[in-house]
Design a protein around this ligand. Structure first.
Ligand SMILES: Nc1ncnc2c1ncn2[C@@H]1O[C@H](COP(=O)(O)OP(=O)(O)OP(=O)(O)O)[C@@H](O)[C@H]1O
Length: 375
């Protein structure tokens, strides 16, 4: 924003507040993962239910039912899968939906499982259909049918598998076909963490990293972590960097403020892309409604990035509403940018807010969405 004018934003670096992680970050995360259920912070309902399921299985001396974990990225699904194997005293085999290209790949993994092992399938909603069908049978009957030969002469030889437990993780449980969902005896849904739990995650991680963290700094980082432990741990590492290079080494409130300013994470956890979306919506389009593709083009991003990376948090926190005619800034958005809330902001559409959206600025009401996908 220059002299009240709208300025095209430029995004050059990876987002610090994204909930996903690359391989390098996953390696950094490994040291911070809780190993036992008792160390897993928050999610009391899932933790309690899982504890019951695992204790009962241990007492029976048999593998527990298959477990499905659903919820947004970075909330602890992989961590829980590892904890399940740890609590059962068995090993964990890890694969993912996208890694399994053919049913044969899955058959190879399944037939190499040992009794009682836990097979973790991340992004299970992305399994190819033939692999999914093979998995139904394996989960229910502990059997894979190995196909020998081709065409009319092909035959299936059943291969018995030892009992094992599948732990599936998905960010999109709605995409799982019912027959697959039904094979899981226990489903745990992970919710975003509240600030108090995130603070506990941060204090725990600081202890493991061996850094001197002031309580007020933990509180500050927690408030900017978008309800997500992965983001909390990442922000903690950046504050540690700042304290080490530019501060005294101690992670106090001043270090947290200074570091998070350098990394452009504002007091409610919005980063540059989030603020650019709000800025475009309010200053350029008068608060909307504006279609997703127009909005994305304005901030110089792919529509998919705006929709899947920035928008869920902006909508969840009440900065943006999705209406049949497009995205609309709420009064909170105007206030967050330090702008006066215009009379009638959102008011004209407030009565018609619901989960739908147009994909073009100015799409006439009732003309219908033009290709927007709603999760
Ligand atoms: N409840 C928790 N207590 C402490 N640390 C946690 C908790 N949940 C997650 N973490 C930490 O957050 C990071 C991300 O967790 P994890 O990899 O399990 O998330 P995920 O849900 O599997 O994400 P994705 O869907 O991207 O695979 C890890 O470093 C983990 O240690």
């Amino acid at each position: 924003m220059v002299d009240g004018r709208y300025e095209e934003p430029q995004f050059t670096s990876e987002r610090i507040v994204t909930a996903s992680a690359d391989d390098v970050e996953r390696a950094a995360e490994a040291a911070l993962r809780p190993k036992r259920l008792a160390e897993f912070v928050g999610q009391p309902v899932v933790r309690d239910q899982l504890s019951l399921v695992l204790q009962a299985a241990i007492a029976r001396g048999a593998p527990p039912d298959h477990v499905l974990l659903s919820g947004p990225p970075g909330l602890g699904k992989t961590t829980l899968a590892m904890i399940i194997a740890g609590e059962l005293g068995t090993s964990l085999r890890v694969t993912s939906g996208p890694a399994i290209q053919h049913a044969g790949d899955l058959a190879a993994v399944l037939s190499s499982l040992e009794e009682g092992e836990v097979l973790f399938i991340d992004e299970i909603h992305r399994l190819a259909r033939p692999a999914e069908e093979l998995l139904y049978v394996a989960m229910e009957d502990f059997r894979v049918d190995v196909v020998v030969g081709k065409g009319a002469g092909a035959s299936a030889i059943p291969l018995a598998l030892p009992p094992f437990t599948v732990v599936g993780a998905t960010t999109r449980s709605g995409l799982l076909p019912a027959p697959l969902r039904d094979r899981f005896g226990f489903t745990g849904h992970l919710d975003f963490y509240d600030a108090a739990d995130l603070e506990r995650v941060i204090v725990r991680s600081a202890g493991l990293l061996g850094v001197d963290l002031e309580h007020a700094a933990a509180h500050e980082i927690a408030g900017r972590s978008r309800g997500t432990p992965r983001i909390a741990n990442r922000l903690l590492r950046r504050v540690r960097d700042w304290a080490q290079v530019r501060g005294s080494g101690r992670l106090d409130l001043a270090a947290a403020h200074a570091a998070l300013e350098v990394f452009e994470v504002d007091p409610v956890g919005l980063d540059r892309l989030d603020r650019a979306v709000l800025d475009a919506l309010c200053r350029r389009f008068g608060g909307g409604p504006v279609g997703l593709s127009t909005l994305a083009m304005t901030v110089g991003e792919e529509a998919d990035t705006v929709e899947t990376v920035a928008e869920p948090y902006l909508v969840r926190e009440g900065f943006v509403a999705r209406t049949p005619r497009g995205r609309v800034a709420t009064p909170l958005a105007w206030e967050h940018l330090g702008l006066a809330v215009p009379a009638g902001a959102l008011g004209a559409t407030a009565g018609t807010l619901f989960e739908d959206s147009g994909d073009d600025a100015g799409t006439p009401a009732g003309a219908g969405p033009l290709g927007d996908r709603i999760d």
